[in-house]
Design a binder for this molecule. Structure first.
Ligand code: F6P
Length: 323
């Protein structure tokens, strides 16, 4: 096992609340264990160009509660190429950096795996609001985002009630419906539209009409961005119900803000665990929350087809509670 005394950390892909808390944990615990820690700026794009600076204890002061990522982030096309991967590995080798911690989603892990094959020890930390990484029950940022959606919907509800309207609220999540599902259950949405479960807009309309006939003064439908074109869904619901509806696309507001207590703790513990596994000489692993425990698992698990069994019971429960 090659001796490692220098490590680096980067964030990649979409930023997520709690990434800063994870960076801080990696830097502080690394220094505590006598490692020299470097920060790579602008994700893999920055790594290829050598945007690498030494991190000291103060460099991560006053960031634990801030959203976004102080290291900045990027989506890198060049890192998909072999030439880009060689350049990235060379930047690390030149500085004697033996291990890299990558905070991001599964796309970021794929690039990390390439670096592992070029002799760099790599550890992935799941950081994305989407909660779509196979091999971990939770990703850093997801809980904060669900809370942000809940807060936004409670404001929408005020105007929805005043005008006795139906609102369609589109949330992020790429091809994963987790944000919509959890937020929808938490706010008591009339319907939840997610890519994992086929929906029938005629049934959704019937439910809306039934609700209004029974005296409901507003309705909220939460739709994952992966569930279909929200404007198209809106016009079909108008057609089927004969009632107006309003569309709110929450967008990037969902990516910002201070991490929730849950995310801040998850980030600290995952960052700390990343240093432990580096000190043990492990590579090609991802830090994961598995049945309430923070563990290290083989990185390739993240590339398996689906994220565990879909929590169908939550979807069914949300339906039962919103009759
Ligand atoms: O992966 C995080 C995420 O916010 C997704 O939910 C969303 O589809 C995507 O990133 C948006 O990416 P961008 O900020 O590059 O438009």
């Amino acid at each position: 096992m090659a001796f490692i005394d220098k490590i680096a950390v980067l964030t990649s892909g979409g930023d997520a609340p709690g990434m800063n808390a994870a960076i801080r944990a990696v830097v502080r615990k690394g220094i505590y264990h006598n490692l020299k820690v470097f920060g790579v700026y602008h994700g893999y794009e920055g790594l290829i160009k050598g945007h690498i600076r030494t991190m000291d204890l103060r460099s991560v002061g006053d960031i634990i509660h801030r959203g976004g990522t102080i290291l900045r982030t990027a989506r890198s096309e060049e890192m998909r190429t072999e030439a880009g991967q060689q350049k990235a590995a060379a930047q690390l080798r030149e500085r004697g950096i033996g291990a890299l911690v990558v905070i991001g989603g599964d796309g970021s892990y794929r690039a990390a795996q390439k670096l592992a094959h070029l002799g760099i020890n790599v550890v992935g930390i799941p950081g994305t609001i989407d909660n779509d990484i196979v091999g971990t029950d939770m990703t850093i940022g997801f809980d904060t985002t669900v809370n942000t959606v809940i807060e936004a919907v409670s404001k929408i509800r005020d105007t929805a009630t005043s005008h006795e309207r139906t609102f369609l609220v589109e949330v992020m999540g790429r091809n994963c419906g987790d944000i919509a599902l959890r937020a929808g259950l938490a706010i008591g949405a009339e319907s939840i539209l997610i890519p994992e479960i086929e929906y029938d807009l005629k049934e959704v309309s019937e439910k809306l009409i039934k609700g209004f006939k029974r005296g409901k003064n507003h309705s909220i439908i939460i739709a994952a961005e992966g569930a279909g074109d929200i404007m198209e869904i809106s016009s079909r619901l108008k057609e089927y119900t004969g009632l107006d509806n309003k569309v709110t696309i929450l967008g990037h507001v969902q990516r910002g803000g201070a991490p929730s207590a849950y995310d801040a703790v998850l980030a600290a513990t995952m960052g700390g665990k990343a240093i432990e596994v580096i000190l043990e000489g492990k590579s090609e692993v991802m830090i994961s929350l598995c049945k309430n425990e923070i563990v290290a698992r083989p990185l390739h698990i993240a590339f398996e087809p689906r994220k565990g069994p879909f929590p169908r019971h939550l979807y069914d429960l949300a339906n039962e509670l919103s009759i």
